[in-house]
Design a binder for this molecule. Structure first.
Ligand code: NAP
Length: 221
């Protein structure tokens, strides 16, 4: 079967010792400043940062770079129903340096698309199911010249990437907390695989510690 051309995808996340990427109330403050610096360095090396709609609704991130000079990149939001607020930080913050693309489906309302496009946001339609067709989307992004993506969560979107075997590399920070909570979001949510052998396997490239944090780099096996 012919392999479809797609960008190289690096999953980046910070999680607690017990694998949560936010607390039960949605508090995501896991990284210290040194960790943010490393993540921002990684952001400066890719063509696009991608997050799911849940992350925009809960954290309202800017997805910008604070610590380094750089050329900018695309911010890509996965939002099947175009439901993120029009005044979200990813829409209103520094659009000239970080153009925003919202990815939806063929079923999205034309009116909503027009409203968002007025904010200089690009809309990409991918698939006609309930949710964005990610495999097709990556092929569209590749044709636009995007060759690397930093996937920054959250847990639901991470699962879809894992499920479709679309992760090439991972950078994970383990922060020195245990917060518990069966409803606290974990690194990978979704339906999960039944058997261990169905799970995606990764090769450990690098592991290092900084203060109380452990940083892991993995590559697809
Ligand atoms: N610690 C960290 O590194 C880190 C990083 C990022 C986020 N977080 C945390 O993660 C939490 C958010 O995670 P989340 O799981 O709620 O949301 P999420 O993964 O950010 O977004 C999931 C949403 O994306 C949309 N989507 C569209 N197409 C999809 C597809 N094919 N597959 C999967 N999702 C698709 C869905 O909404 P529609 O169906 O409406 O489109 C879905 O509900 C927040 O609490 C945030 O703080 C932590």
């Amino acid at each position: 079967m012919k392999e479809i051309k797609r960008p190289y995808v690096i999953l980046s996340a910070a999680m607690t010792i017990d694998g949560k990427i936010a607390t039960i109330s949605g508090d995501p403050e896991l990284s210290d400043e040194k960790d943010w610096r490393e993540v921002h360095k990684l952001r400066s090396q890719v063509d696009a940062i991608m997050v799911g709609k849940g992350t925009i609704l809960k954290d309202n991130p800017k997805l910008h770079i604070k610590y380094f000079k750089h050329k900018g990149y695309y911010r890509i939001i996965i939002d099947s129903n175009l439901s993120i607020p029009i005044d979200s930080n990813v829409i209103i913050t520094q659009p000239e340096l970080y153009p925003t693309i919202i990815c939806t489906t063929e079923n999205a309302s034309t009116e909503k698309i027009k409203e968002i496009e007025l904010k200089n946001v690009n809309i990409i339609k991918s698939g006609n199911g309930k949710q964005v067709d990610l495999t097709n989307l990556l092929s569209i992004l590749s044709n636009m010249g995007i060759s690397s993506i930093l996937l920054e969560g959250g847990g639901t979107l991470n699962w879809s990437f894992i499920n479709h075997d679309l992760i090439d590399e991972m950078r994970l920070t383990i922060a020195p907390w245990i917060v518990g909570g069966k409803d606290a979001i974990t690194l990978v949510e979704g339906a999960g695989f039944e058997k261990m052998e169905q799970g995606r396997k990764f090769k450990l490239l690098k592991v290092y510690k900084r203060d109380n944090y452990v940083i892991l780099r993995y590559k697809k096996k």
